[in-house]
Write a protein that binds this ligand. Sequence first.
Ligand code: ADP
Length: 201
Amino acid sequence: MSKTDNNIHTVFNRILRRPEKEKLLNQRSKVIWLTGLSGSGKTTIAQHVEQELNKQGFLTQILDGDNIRSGINNNLGFSVEDREENIRRIAEVSKLFLNCGIICINSFISPTEDIRQIAIDIIGRENFIEVFVNAPIEVCEKRDVKGLYKRARKGEILNFTGIDSPFDAPEKPDIEVKTDVLTIEQATQKCLDYILPLIRY
Ligand code: ADP
């Protein structure tokens, strides 16, 4: 082994690993990945789940489409290539939180199986909790929280998921919350019932 390899190895050995950090934080880290149409309720549920987890003493980090796209991914658009690169970077960032023992709550449309698979391959299936936030497009469009559907229908936004860009429903999500049927509180509780046993130390 060369001197350089040796030095790198020595430094690497001093870096604390995920189990030590999980022990310090008294929690098991996971990446909770909310997928669904714009307006389906991903951000709302992510925020409610985070509030509840923090009340119960868990350390979390939310990653959200708009924040990420205005920061680390502000050079990316909505072409297939850019959507993939968007998700790849988000998954790598999530992995940093995961390895720091922190529960990462991600809300991203992530519209196709291929795109979600990129995230799963980076994060690891065993670390990944897939939540399908499901509401019919008519409901999402009626909510039109950010006025985006109206603009997409007018042709002002192209490649808009659900309008002129596909959304493939996940085949076997770990959790599905139908936000046109459940209240925000019920949807949050359904997520917590699944998540809590997996993150308790
Ligand atoms: P997304 O992040 O998926 O684009 P948002 O959370 O920003 O969606 O918007 C969803 C909207 O739908 C919010 O205004 C929220 O109050 C409303 N809403 C109504 N019922 C629900 C529900 N059961 N779960 C989540 N959001 C709901």
